[in-house]
Design a protein around this ligand. Sequence first.
Ligand SMILES: Nc1ncnc2c1ncn2[C@@H]1O[C@H](COP(=O)(O)OP(=O)(O)OP(=O)(O)O)[C@@H](O)[C@H]1O
Length: 329
Amino acid sequence: MSASQPVLRVNNLEVTYYTDLGRAKALDSVSFSLKAGQKLGMVGESGSGKSTLALAMMRMIKPPGRIEGGEVIVGDTDLMSLNDEGMRAARLDKIAYIPQGAMNSLNPVMRIGAQMMDAVKSHVRGERGSAIEDRCTAALRSVDLDPGVFRMYAHELSGGMKQRVCIAIGILLRPSVIIADEPTSALDVVTQRQVMETINRVQAEINAAVILIGHDMGLMAQAVDQVAVMYAGRLVEMSSVREMFTDPKHPYSQALISSLPNLDTKGVFRGIPGLAPSLLRLPSGCAFHPRCPHGHEGLQRSVRPEPVTLPGGRMVACHLYNEDGHRHE
Ligand SMILES: Nc1ncnc2c1ncn2[C@@H]1O[C@H](COP(=O)(O)OP(=O)(O)OP(=O)(O)O)[C@@H](O)[C@H]1O
């Protein structure tokens, strides 16, 4: 595959949760692509669908949720078309997922090394034990951990070290895509930065495409090249990190960026007016229209905006921009 070809293509991914209160469409036709070595930050308010996107890409959505359509193509394999055995093999090998709170799910009564060996053995057949151990200690070294951690238990490690172990497990088979859900929450700021640097370094080493899910836009700004903004189950904007921070296009992205504290607005926190909508009762038309300063036209209230590509390649789904990518005046 040529370097300019995307290594990951997500096309029209759809997930619905069938709850007692009704159907909640948690992912609505989400599409994007990433090239090898690209880092994407996925942001949006709580409940916007970020974790659902990660779980759907791994085919780990559990009832009452259901993947209702779409493709997740890694290299030239559509993960959605694999049988269960094929998908099990693809996890960790083609696509790795470091879930929210991963560091707390390490097994307390198994040595770290045994957990790492198990992960490899479930994928690689016929590799000698010593070769697998070498692979594990190399992964520990590449996340800046002493190979001695191989013989330790989770309780002997700090939070940052446990998170590094989870990253090491994620890269054991050198996957082409790594998804990390809130990898630095629950860590202090110094450790957060170190873990981010570790992710950056191992990602560069194996040239994987990385998706970082998170709330902290400041941390994201330093760690990723692209930012995708989700709102009520839809991707509303995807831009380079520089464009997103200096010239956000979607009114929701604009509100997210201007709600960040900076030195000029020291001490003054500007929130986004209104509440994130319930997926069970989404507003008609553009789901953001009740909170949008431009949301009072008939179009915004009645027609769902489709994604358009603006000159330069960034994507936005908003009625303010037409199919040619120019702003409506
Ligand atoms: N098991 C479930 N049953 C019903 N609805 C669910 C279930 N899991 C998630 N949802 C709904 O799907 C939507 C998306 O949830 P998701 O966890 O993906 O959001 P998120 O953006 O990752 O939020 P956070 O930032 O808080 O982790 C939410 O509105 C949530 O209520």
